[in-house]
Design a protein. Structure first.
Ligand SMILES: [Zn+2]
Length: 443
Protein backbone atom coordinates (compact mmCIF):
# COMPACT_ATOMS: atom_id res chain seq x y z
CA UNK A 1 0.00 0.00 0.00
CA UNK A 2 1.77 3.13 -1.18
CA UNK A 3 -0.76 5.87 -0.82
CA UNK A 4 -0.52 9.53 -1.46
CA UNK A 5 -1.77 10.95 1.82
CA UNK A 6 -2.50 14.42 0.48
CA UNK A 7 -6.25 13.84 0.42
CA UNK A 8 -8.46 13.33 -2.58
CA UNK A 9 -11.76 15.12 -2.31
CA UNK A 10 -13.70 12.72 -0.10
CA UNK A 11 -13.46 14.93 2.90
CA UNK A 12 -16.45 17.18 2.36
CA UNK A 13 -19.63 16.58 4.26
CA UNK A 14 -22.19 19.02 2.90
CA UNK A 15 -25.09 20.06 5.06
CA UNK A 16 -23.48 18.70 8.20
CA UNK A 17 -22.23 20.28 11.36
CA UNK A 18 -19.51 17.67 11.36
CA UNK A 19 -16.66 18.10 8.95
CA UNK A 20 -13.38 16.32 8.75
CA UNK A 21 -10.85 18.57 10.40
CA UNK A 22 -8.49 19.43 7.56
CA UNK A 23 -4.81 18.93 8.35
CA UNK A 24 -3.07 22.28 8.66
CA UNK A 25 -0.69 22.97 5.81
CA UNK A 26 2.95 23.14 6.85
CA UNK A 27 4.35 23.50 10.37
CA UNK A 28 5.03 21.13 13.19
CA UNK A 29 1.38 20.16 13.77
CA UNK A 30 1.03 19.11 10.14
CA UNK A 31 4.24 17.08 10.34
CA UNK A 32 3.03 15.28 13.49
CA UNK A 33 -0.29 14.48 11.90
CA UNK A 34 1.45 13.04 8.85
CA UNK A 35 3.79 11.01 11.06
CA UNK A 36 0.81 9.64 13.02
CA UNK A 37 -0.78 8.58 9.74
CA UNK A 38 2.46 6.86 8.72
CA UNK A 39 2.57 4.86 11.96
CA UNK A 40 -1.11 3.87 11.61
CA UNK A 41 -0.56 2.72 8.00
CA UNK A 42 2.58 0.82 8.95
CA UNK A 43 0.63 -1.09 11.62
CA UNK A 44 -2.22 -1.82 9.19
CA UNK A 45 0.33 -3.26 6.78
CA UNK A 46 2.68 -5.03 9.21
CA UNK A 47 0.27 -6.15 11.93
CA UNK A 48 1.64 -6.29 15.50
CA UNK A 49 5.16 -4.83 15.54
CA UNK A 50 7.89 -3.71 17.89
CA UNK A 51 8.57 0.03 17.94
CA UNK A 52 12.01 -0.60 16.41
CA UNK A 53 10.36 -2.28 13.44
CA UNK A 54 7.93 0.63 12.99
CA UNK A 55 10.86 3.03 13.16
CA UNK A 56 12.62 1.09 10.38
CA UNK A 57 9.49 1.09 8.19
CA UNK A 58 8.56 4.74 8.70
CA UNK A 59 12.02 6.27 9.11
CA UNK A 60 10.86 8.05 12.29
CA UNK A 61 13.21 8.64 15.22
CA UNK A 62 12.76 6.72 18.48
CA UNK A 63 11.82 9.97 20.27
CA UNK A 64 9.09 10.89 17.77
CA UNK A 65 7.79 7.36 17.77
CA UNK A 66 7.56 7.24 21.58
CA UNK A 67 5.43 10.42 21.60
CA UNK A 68 3.26 9.29 18.71
CA UNK A 69 2.60 5.81 20.10
CA UNK A 70 1.79 7.27 23.54
CA UNK A 71 -0.83 9.50 21.92
CA UNK A 72 -2.24 6.63 19.84
CA UNK A 73 -2.53 4.41 22.93
CA UNK A 74 -4.41 7.19 24.78
CA UNK A 75 -6.78 7.57 21.84
CA UNK A 76 -7.29 3.78 21.69
CA UNK A 77 -5.93 3.60 18.14
CA UNK A 78 -3.21 1.15 19.17
CA UNK A 79 -2.58 -1.04 22.20
CA UNK A 80 0.45 -2.65 23.74
CA UNK A 81 0.67 -6.43 23.57
CA UNK A 82 2.33 -8.83 26.00
CA UNK A 83 6.08 -8.47 26.49
CA UNK A 84 8.21 -10.55 24.16
CA UNK A 85 11.57 -11.70 25.51
CA UNK A 86 14.67 -12.19 23.46
CA UNK A 87 15.34 -10.85 19.99
CA UNK A 88 18.68 -9.52 18.68
CA UNK A 89 19.45 -7.46 21.74
CA UNK A 90 18.10 -9.92 24.29
CA UNK A 91 16.05 -7.12 25.85
CA UNK A 92 12.29 -7.47 26.38
CA UNK A 93 10.14 -5.78 23.71
CA UNK A 94 6.54 -4.59 23.91
CA UNK A 95 4.96 -4.88 20.48
CA UNK A 96 2.03 -2.65 19.56
CA UNK A 97 -0.93 -3.33 17.26
CA UNK A 98 -4.01 -1.48 16.03
CA UNK A 99 -6.63 -1.55 18.80
CA UNK A 100 -9.50 -3.50 17.26
CA UNK A 101 -11.72 -3.32 20.35
CA UNK A 102 -12.90 0.28 20.43
CA UNK A 103 -13.33 2.42 17.29
CA UNK A 104 -15.61 1.38 14.43
CA UNK A 105 -16.18 2.37 10.80
CA UNK A 106 -19.73 2.02 9.44
CA UNK A 107 -20.33 0.91 5.83
CA UNK A 108 -23.60 0.90 3.87
CA UNK A 109 -23.98 -0.50 0.37
CA UNK A 110 -27.27 0.33 -1.36
CA UNK A 111 -27.84 -2.35 -3.98
CA UNK A 112 -30.53 -3.21 -6.48
CA UNK A 113 -32.27 -5.76 -4.27
CA UNK A 114 -30.97 -5.08 -0.80
CA UNK A 115 -28.99 -2.73 1.40
CA UNK A 116 -26.02 -4.28 3.17
CA UNK A 117 -24.50 -2.60 6.19
CA UNK A 118 -21.87 -3.41 8.74
CA UNK A 119 -19.02 -2.41 11.00
CA UNK A 120 -15.27 -2.64 10.52
CA UNK A 121 -12.69 -2.46 13.27
CA UNK A 122 -9.53 -0.37 12.84
CA UNK A 123 -7.72 -3.25 11.10
CA UNK A 124 -10.50 -3.61 8.52
CA UNK A 125 -12.05 -6.78 9.96
CA UNK A 126 -15.82 -7.10 9.52
CA UNK A 127 -17.29 -7.28 13.03
CA UNK A 128 -20.99 -6.88 12.13
CA UNK A 129 -22.78 -7.48 8.83
CA UNK A 130 -26.50 -7.18 8.18
CA UNK A 131 -28.46 -7.15 4.90
CA UNK A 132 -32.00 -5.85 4.43
CA UNK A 133 -33.97 -6.82 1.32
CA UNK A 134 -35.88 -3.84 -0.11
CA UNK A 135 -39.53 -4.16 0.92
CA UNK A 136 -40.55 -1.31 -1.38
CA UNK A 137 -38.01 -0.61 -4.12
CA UNK A 138 -38.96 3.07 -4.18
CA UNK A 139 -36.50 5.85 -3.48
CA UNK A 140 -38.16 6.83 -0.19
CA UNK A 141 -38.53 3.18 0.88
CA UNK A 142 -34.87 2.37 0.23
CA UNK A 143 -33.66 5.54 1.96
CA UNK A 144 -35.83 4.87 5.04
CA UNK A 145 -34.37 1.36 5.26
CA UNK A 146 -30.84 2.76 5.02
CA UNK A 147 -31.56 5.25 7.84
CA UNK A 148 -32.93 2.48 10.09
CA UNK A 149 -29.98 0.21 9.34
CA UNK A 150 -27.58 3.06 10.10
CA UNK A 151 -29.22 3.66 13.49
CA UNK A 152 -28.94 -0.05 14.28
CA UNK A 153 -25.26 -0.06 13.36
CA UNK A 154 -24.45 2.92 15.58
CA UNK A 155 -26.02 0.99 18.48
CA UNK A 156 -24.15 -2.20 17.52
CA UNK A 157 -20.88 -0.22 17.56
CA UNK A 158 -21.51 0.59 21.22
CA UNK A 159 -22.78 4.15 20.68
CA UNK A 160 -22.07 7.22 18.55
CA UNK A 161 -18.74 8.03 20.21
CA UNK A 162 -17.28 4.72 19.03
CA UNK A 163 -18.03 5.52 15.37
CA UNK A 164 -15.31 7.32 13.42
CA UNK A 165 -17.42 7.75 10.29
CA UNK A 166 -19.87 6.27 7.83
CA UNK A 167 -19.17 5.39 4.21
CA UNK A 168 -22.13 4.91 1.87
CA UNK A 169 -21.78 3.54 -1.65
CA UNK A 170 -24.12 2.69 -4.47
CA UNK A 171 -23.93 1.92 -8.17
CA UNK A 172 -24.17 4.43 -10.97
CA UNK A 173 -22.51 7.83 -10.95
CA UNK A 174 -21.86 9.38 -7.56
CA UNK A 175 -20.28 12.75 -6.82
CA UNK A 176 -18.31 12.33 -3.56
CA UNK A 177 -17.59 16.06 -3.20
CA UNK A 178 -21.33 16.92 -3.05
CA UNK A 179 -22.43 13.63 -1.46
CA UNK A 180 -24.96 13.13 -4.25
CA UNK A 181 -25.96 10.15 -6.40
CA UNK A 182 -25.95 11.94 -9.76
CA UNK A 183 -27.49 9.07 -11.70
CA UNK A 184 -28.28 5.44 -10.92
CA UNK A 185 -30.18 4.14 -13.96
CA UNK A 186 -31.00 0.70 -12.48
CA UNK A 187 -32.59 2.23 -9.36
CA UNK A 188 -34.05 5.10 -11.40
CA UNK A 189 -32.33 7.69 -9.17
CA UNK A 190 -31.22 11.16 -10.26
CA UNK A 191 -29.61 13.75 -7.99
CA UNK A 192 -30.27 12.00 -4.69
CA UNK A 193 -28.45 13.84 -1.84
CA UNK A 194 -27.46 10.69 0.02
CA UNK A 195 -25.48 12.42 2.79
CA UNK A 196 -28.38 14.67 3.86
CA UNK A 197 -30.91 11.85 3.37
CA UNK A 198 -29.08 9.72 5.96
CA UNK A 199 -29.54 12.60 8.37
CA UNK A 200 -27.21 14.19 10.91
CA UNK A 201 -24.89 11.48 12.15
CA UNK A 202 -22.60 13.36 14.53
CA UNK A 203 -19.62 12.00 12.59
CA UNK A 204 -18.34 12.31 9.01
CA UNK A 205 -20.51 10.69 6.33
CA UNK A 206 -18.75 10.06 3.03
CA UNK A 207 -20.41 8.92 -0.18
CA UNK A 208 -19.00 7.46 -3.39
CA UNK A 209 -19.66 4.88 -6.08
CA UNK A 210 -19.51 1.24 -5.01
CA UNK A 211 -16.79 0.58 -7.57
CA UNK A 212 -14.51 3.30 -6.16
CA UNK A 213 -15.22 2.11 -2.62
CA UNK A 214 -14.19 -1.41 -3.61
CA UNK A 215 -11.06 -0.09 -5.32
CA UNK A 216 -10.05 1.56 -2.02
CA UNK A 217 -10.86 -1.63 -0.09
CA UNK A 218 -8.70 -3.72 -2.46
CA UNK A 219 -5.84 -1.24 -1.91
CA UNK A 220 -6.04 -1.23 1.90
CA UNK A 221 -7.34 -4.72 2.66
CA UNK A 222 -7.43 -6.85 -0.48
CA UNK A 223 -5.50 -8.01 -3.54
CA UNK A 224 -3.83 -4.66 -4.30
CA UNK A 225 -2.26 -4.11 -0.85
CA UNK A 226 1.32 -3.92 -2.08
CA UNK A 227 0.71 -1.77 -5.14
CA UNK A 228 0.49 1.95 -5.82
CA UNK A 229 -1.37 1.63 -9.15
CA UNK A 230 -4.25 -0.75 -9.66
CA UNK A 231 -7.45 -0.95 -11.64
CA UNK A 232 -10.51 -2.53 -10.04
CA UNK A 233 -12.83 -3.87 -12.75
CA UNK A 234 -16.31 -4.64 -11.44
CA UNK A 235 -18.63 -6.71 -13.63
CA UNK A 236 -21.90 -7.59 -11.92
CA UNK A 237 -25.37 -6.06 -12.24
CA UNK A 238 -23.48 -2.86 -12.92
CA UNK A 239 -20.10 -2.48 -14.61
CA UNK A 240 -17.41 0.05 -13.77
CA UNK A 241 -13.74 0.60 -13.06
CA UNK A 242 -12.04 2.12 -9.99
CA UNK A 243 -8.71 3.69 -10.88
CA UNK A 244 -6.02 3.90 -8.22
CA UNK A 245 -3.14 5.65 -9.96
CA UNK A 246 0.16 6.45 -8.24
CA UNK A 247 -1.48 6.14 -4.82
CA UNK A 248 -4.51 8.31 -5.58
CA UNK A 249 -8.06 7.30 -6.35
CA UNK A 250 -8.96 9.13 -9.56
CA UNK A 251 -12.45 10.60 -9.74
CA UNK A 252 -12.13 12.67 -12.89
CA UNK A 253 -13.57 16.04 -13.94
CA UNK A 254 -17.22 15.12 -13.29
CA UNK A 255 -16.63 12.29 -10.77
CA UNK A 256 -17.25 10.04 -13.78
CA UNK A 257 -13.82 8.39 -14.14
CA UNK A 258 -14.22 4.64 -14.67
CA UNK A 259 -17.68 4.87 -16.25
CA UNK A 260 -17.25 2.16 -18.85
CA UNK A 261 -20.84 0.98 -19.47
CA UNK A 262 -20.51 1.82 -23.16
CA UNK A 263 -16.93 0.65 -23.64
CA UNK A 264 -17.00 -0.89 -27.11
CA UNK A 265 -15.88 -4.50 -27.19
CA UNK A 266 -15.76 -4.41 -31.00
CA UNK A 267 -18.15 -5.93 -33.47
CA UNK A 268 -16.17 -9.18 -33.72
CA UNK A 269 -17.22 -9.82 -30.11
CA UNK A 270 -20.80 -10.18 -31.31
CA UNK A 271 -22.48 -13.39 -32.22
CA UNK A 272 -24.97 -12.26 -34.87
CA UNK A 273 -27.44 -14.98 -33.95
CA UNK A 274 -27.38 -14.36 -30.23
CA UNK A 275 -30.65 -12.90 -28.95
CA UNK A 276 -28.89 -10.15 -26.98
CA UNK A 277 -30.67 -6.98 -26.04
CA UNK A 278 -29.57 -3.62 -27.30
CA UNK A 279 -27.83 -1.25 -24.93
CA UNK A 280 -29.94 1.75 -23.92
CA UNK A 281 -27.57 3.81 -26.09
CA UNK A 282 -28.80 1.85 -29.14
CA UNK A 283 -25.60 -0.07 -29.86
CA UNK A 284 -25.04 -3.73 -29.20
CA UNK A 285 -21.30 -3.99 -28.49
CA UNK A 286 -21.22 -2.10 -25.17
CA UNK A 287 -19.63 -3.76 -22.13
CA UNK A 288 -22.78 -3.35 -19.96
CA UNK A 289 -25.07 -4.68 -22.70
CA UNK A 290 -22.88 -7.73 -23.34
CA UNK A 291 -21.25 -8.71 -20.08
CA UNK A 292 -23.23 -7.45 -17.04
CA UNK A 293 -25.10 -10.00 -14.90
CA UNK A 294 -28.44 -8.54 -16.01
CA UNK A 295 -27.48 -8.74 -19.71
CA UNK A 296 -26.23 -12.33 -19.45
CA UNK A 297 -29.33 -13.34 -17.53
CA UNK A 298 -31.60 -11.68 -20.13
CA UNK A 299 -29.85 -13.71 -22.83
CA UNK A 300 -30.24 -16.92 -20.86
CA UNK A 301 -33.93 -16.22 -20.28
CA UNK A 302 -34.74 -15.36 -23.89
CA UNK A 303 -32.77 -18.39 -25.15
CA UNK A 304 -34.82 -20.60 -22.80
CA UNK A 305 -31.73 -21.74 -20.86
CA UNK A 306 -33.41 -20.67 -17.61
CA UNK A 307 -37.03 -19.84 -16.72
CA UNK A 308 -38.36 -16.33 -17.45
CA UNK A 309 -38.03 -15.18 -13.82
CA UNK A 310 -34.89 -17.14 -12.92
CA UNK A 311 -32.04 -15.44 -11.02
CA UNK A 312 -28.42 -15.12 -12.11
CA UNK A 313 -27.52 -17.65 -9.40
CA UNK A 314 -29.80 -20.23 -10.99
CA UNK A 315 -28.01 -19.71 -14.33
CA UNK A 316 -24.71 -20.43 -12.57
CA UNK A 317 -26.25 -23.50 -10.91
CA UNK A 318 -27.51 -24.71 -14.29
CA UNK A 319 -23.98 -24.46 -15.69
CA UNK A 320 -22.57 -26.38 -12.71
CA UNK A 321 -25.00 -29.23 -13.28
CA UNK A 322 -23.55 -29.65 -16.77
CA UNK A 323 -25.84 -27.60 -19.03
CA UNK A 324 -23.53 -26.78 -22.01
CA UNK A 325 -25.57 -23.75 -23.21
CA UNK A 326 -25.39 -22.16 -19.74
CA UNK A 327 -21.65 -22.87 -19.55
CA UNK A 328 -21.06 -21.39 -23.04
CA UNK A 329 -22.91 -18.22 -22.10
CA UNK A 330 -20.90 -17.74 -18.90
CA UNK A 331 -17.57 -18.56 -20.57
CA UNK A 332 -18.31 -16.06 -23.37
CA UNK A 333 -19.14 -13.43 -20.75
CA UNK A 334 -15.78 -14.07 -19.07
CA UNK A 335 -14.02 -13.68 -22.43
CA UNK A 336 -15.81 -10.37 -23.07
CA UNK A 337 -14.69 -9.20 -19.62
CA UNK A 338 -11.16 -10.18 -20.70
CA UNK A 339 -11.44 -7.86 -23.72
CA UNK A 340 -12.43 -4.97 -21.42
CA UNK A 341 -9.58 -5.86 -19.03
CA UNK A 342 -7.10 -5.78 -21.94
CA UNK A 343 -8.18 -2.24 -22.88
CA UNK A 344 -7.69 -1.02 -19.30
CA UNK A 345 -4.31 -2.78 -18.98
CA UNK A 346 -3.08 -1.27 -22.25
CA UNK A 347 -4.35 2.18 -21.32
CA UNK A 348 -3.05 2.44 -17.74
CA UNK A 349 -0.40 -0.29 -17.30
CA UNK A 350 -1.33 -0.81 -13.62
CA UNK A 351 0.58 -3.09 -11.21
CA UNK A 352 -2.58 -5.22 -10.97
CA UNK A 353 -6.03 -5.44 -12.48
CA UNK A 354 -8.39 -6.74 -9.78
CA UNK A 355 -11.71 -8.32 -10.78
CA UNK A 356 -14.92 -8.20 -8.77
CA UNK A 357 -18.67 -8.76 -9.12
CA UNK A 358 -20.93 -11.58 -10.28
CA UNK A 359 -18.26 -12.43 -12.81
CA UNK A 360 -16.40 -14.23 -10.00
CA UNK A 361 -19.31 -16.59 -9.35
CA UNK A 362 -17.72 -18.62 -12.16
CA UNK A 363 -14.01 -18.69 -11.27
CA UNK A 364 -13.66 -21.73 -13.55
CA UNK A 365 -13.66 -19.27 -16.49
CA UNK A 366 -10.83 -17.07 -15.18
CA UNK A 367 -8.40 -18.87 -17.49
CA UNK A 368 -10.60 -18.13 -20.50
CA UNK A 369 -10.80 -14.51 -19.38
CA UNK A 370 -7.00 -14.18 -19.17
CA UNK A 371 -6.55 -15.88 -22.57
CA UNK A 372 -9.06 -13.52 -24.20
CA UNK A 373 -7.24 -10.57 -22.62
CA UNK A 374 -3.85 -11.85 -23.83
CA UNK A 375 -5.18 -12.10 -27.41
CA UNK A 376 -6.21 -8.40 -27.27
CA UNK A 377 -3.24 -6.98 -25.37
CA UNK A 378 -0.32 -5.21 -27.03
CA UNK A 379 1.89 -7.10 -24.55
CA UNK A 380 0.12 -10.41 -23.90
CA UNK A 381 2.02 -11.19 -20.68
CA UNK A 382 0.22 -8.28 -18.97
CA UNK A 383 -2.74 -10.68 -18.69
CA UNK A 384 -0.83 -12.35 -15.81
CA UNK A 385 -1.58 -9.22 -13.75
CA UNK A 386 -5.33 -9.97 -13.79
CA UNK A 387 -6.32 -11.30 -10.35
CA UNK A 388 -9.60 -11.92 -8.52
CA UNK A 389 -10.70 -9.76 -5.58
CA UNK A 390 -8.88 -10.34 -2.30
CA UNK A 391 -11.73 -9.07 -0.11
CA UNK A 392 -13.58 -12.35 0.48
CA UNK A 393 -16.77 -12.45 2.55
CA UNK A 394 -17.99 -9.07 3.76
CA UNK A 395 -16.71 -7.30 0.65
CA UNK A 396 -19.74 -4.95 0.52
CA UNK A 397 -19.10 -3.79 4.09
CA UNK A 398 -15.37 -3.42 3.38
CA UNK A 399 -16.09 -1.60 0.09
CA UNK A 400 -18.37 0.97 1.70
CA UNK A 401 -16.61 1.46 5.05
CA UNK A 402 -13.28 1.85 3.22
CA UNK A 403 -14.28 5.41 2.33
CA UNK A 404 -13.91 6.35 6.00
CA UNK A 405 -11.09 3.86 6.64
CA UNK A 406 -9.16 5.66 3.87
CA UNK A 407 -9.92 9.06 5.43
CA UNK A 408 -8.73 7.73 8.81
CA UNK A 409 -5.44 6.29 7.56
CA UNK A 410 -4.83 9.50 5.60
CA UNK A 411 -5.15 11.66 8.74
CA UNK A 412 -6.06 9.81 11.96
CA UNK A 413 -5.81 12.90 14.15
CA UNK A 414 -8.43 14.70 12.05
CA UNK A 415 -10.86 11.78 12.39
CA UNK A 416 -10.54 11.13 16.11
CA UNK A 417 -13.19 12.47 18.51
CA UNK A 418 -12.55 15.73 20.31
CA UNK A 419 -10.17 15.35 23.24
CA UNK A 420 -12.64 16.98 25.62
CA UNK A 421 -15.20 14.18 25.29
CA UNK A 422 -15.06 13.63 29.05
CA UNK A 423 -16.09 10.61 31.06
CA UNK A 424 -15.09 7.24 29.75
CA UNK A 425 -12.20 8.65 27.73
CA UNK A 426 -8.63 7.84 28.66
CA UNK A 427 -6.83 10.60 30.49
CA UNK A 428 -5.30 13.16 28.18
CA UNK A 429 -3.23 14.93 30.77
CA UNK A 430 -0.19 16.38 29.10
CA UNK A 431 -1.64 15.96 25.64
CA UNK A 432 -1.26 19.64 24.83
CA UNK A 433 2.47 19.57 25.49
CA UNK A 434 3.20 16.86 22.93
CA UNK A 435 1.38 18.61 20.11
CA UNK A 436 -1.68 16.38 20.05
CA UNK A 437 -3.80 18.40 22.43
CA UNK A 438 -5.93 20.19 19.85
CA UNK A 439 -9.57 19.19 19.82
CA UNK A 440 -11.26 18.46 16.54
CA UNK A 441 -13.22 21.45 15.30
CA UNK A 442 -11.00 24.02 16.97
CA UNK A 443 -9.34 24.92 13.67
ZN1 LIG B 1 -24.20 1.45 -24.81
Amino acid sequence: MNLDASGDGHAIVPGHAHRLDPAPVGGLESLRRRNTAQVARALLQLGASARAEIARTTGLSATSLTKITAYMIRMRVIRELAVVMGGDTGRPRVPVALDTSHHRFIGLHIGLRRTTGGLLDLAGNVVVEHAVTHRRPTRSGILAEARDLHTELVAAAGGADRVLGTGIVTGGRVDPARGVVVEHPLLGWRDVPLVTEIGPAGHPVLVDSSVRGLALAETYLGAARDTSSSVFLFIGNIVGAGLMIDGRLRKGHDAAAGTIDHLSLGTDALDADAPGERCRCGRRDCLAALASDVAVLARARSAGIVRPHASFESLVKKSRTGDPAATDLLRTRAELAGVAAATLLDLLDPDLLVLGGGLLQTPEHLGALRSAAARRLTRPDAADRIVPTGLGAGSLVRGSASLVLHAFFTDPVGMLPAHSAGAGRPSLTGAASDGYGRARGSA
